[in-house]
Design a protein around this ligand. Structure first.
Ligand code: ZN
Length: 305
């Protein structure tokens, strides 16, 4: 049964109250943006942290209706900072207009960057979804503790989905704002060279070693037993690695051979996304010398190590 998919149990029961402020915890309010899609699930969750003064985490897409919902939830309170988990546009494109409207500074882990230098003529399939021009007023660093809106946060670098991804721990609690690194509705998209499978696996291990029990993602609902879910994500990715090695061992030489074998049920954009994630697995495995992958003008050509 080597090709049986892992028992990754996702939770797609989340019912967003799009545009409405929902208190997740004291001093943590979620406002879900109206950008539901196959990639964003029920839309991006923006968060408002704080009490008398606040911070906004992930303003979401550049959407006037969502911005008005955020401003209504802020309700005239001073905004001390606008913070990003990462610079994919479904999280960050709304930042400049919200900065103008609130005059708050923008904090995140540095401009959008690739996870490794691009190969000659390589295309970043996610390029159009990245906010290349956005610059932070303050650059956040891994392990940095800070207080904003009266809430103590710890920035935790979690590259993999993309290079500048940060999760934020609510200091002194067991809650972690996981952004797109860990989401309960689906495993995250990892597409090279924007993201990196090696970084993603290392970031899963990193978060598992921290004392957080409940994860609050940027798409979908809270994950009550975060570590158990993160461990199942790791197992899922490790099984995928094994499936790729096995398929290449049995003669698969191209990405579409792997897609047919590993994701036979997927069609359209989801098949495309699975192809991106498989390329990330291939890159990781060839770095580990578990398979060989040769770049040709016609795409990757695979062979056993
Ligand atoms: Zn996202």
């Amino acid at each position: 049964m080597a090709d049986t998919p892992p028992p990754l149990v996702v939770d797609t029961s989340f019912k967003p109250e799009t545009g409405k402020p929902v208190e997740v915890l004291p001093k943590l309010v979620r406002v879900t943006a109206p950008n539901a899609s196959p990639f964003t699930f029920t839309g991006t969750n923006s968060f408002i942290l704080g009490g008398d003064r606040v911070a906004v985490l992930d303003p979401g897409p550049d959407d006037a209706v969502h911005r008005a919902a955020l401003m209504a939830a802020i309700a005239g309170r001073a905004v001390e900072a606008i913070i990003l988990t990462h610079t994919h546009k479904d999280h960050s494109a709304g930042a400049p207009a919200l900065v103008r409207e609130t005059r708050a500074p923008l904090w995140f882990a540095g401009p959008h960057r690739l996870s490794r230098p691009p190969h000659l003529l390589e295309i970043n399939a996610l390029a159009g979804g990245c906010d290349w021009g956005l610059r932070p007023d303050r650059t956040l660093f891994d392990g940095e503790a800070f207080t904003v809106g009266g809430v103590d946060l710890v920035a935790i670098a979690t590259p993999g989905h993309c290079a500048n991804h940060m999760a934020y721990g609510l200091a002194g609690t067991d809650r972690l704002l996981t952004g797109d690194h860990i989401m309960g509705w689906n495993s995250t998209l990892v597409s090279v060279p924007d993201g990196s499978m090696g970084d993603y696996l290392a970031s899963l291990e990193k978060v598992l070693a921290l004392p957080y029990e409940h994860y609050i993602p940027a798409h979908g609902g809270p994950i009550p037993d975060g570590p158990a879910y993160a461990r199942s994500l790791l197992a899922h990715r490790k099984l995928r690695n094994k499936q790729v090695i096995d398929a290449v061992g049995k003669g698969a030489t191209r990405v579409d051979h792997l897609l047919n074998r590993i994701y036979p049920q997927l069609k359209g954009t989801l098949r495309m996304a699975a192809g991106m994630t498989l390329k990330a697995h291939i890159e990781y495995l060839s770095e580990q010398n578990a398979i060989r992958a040769r770049r040709t003008p016609f795409g990757l050509r695979l062979s056993p190590a």
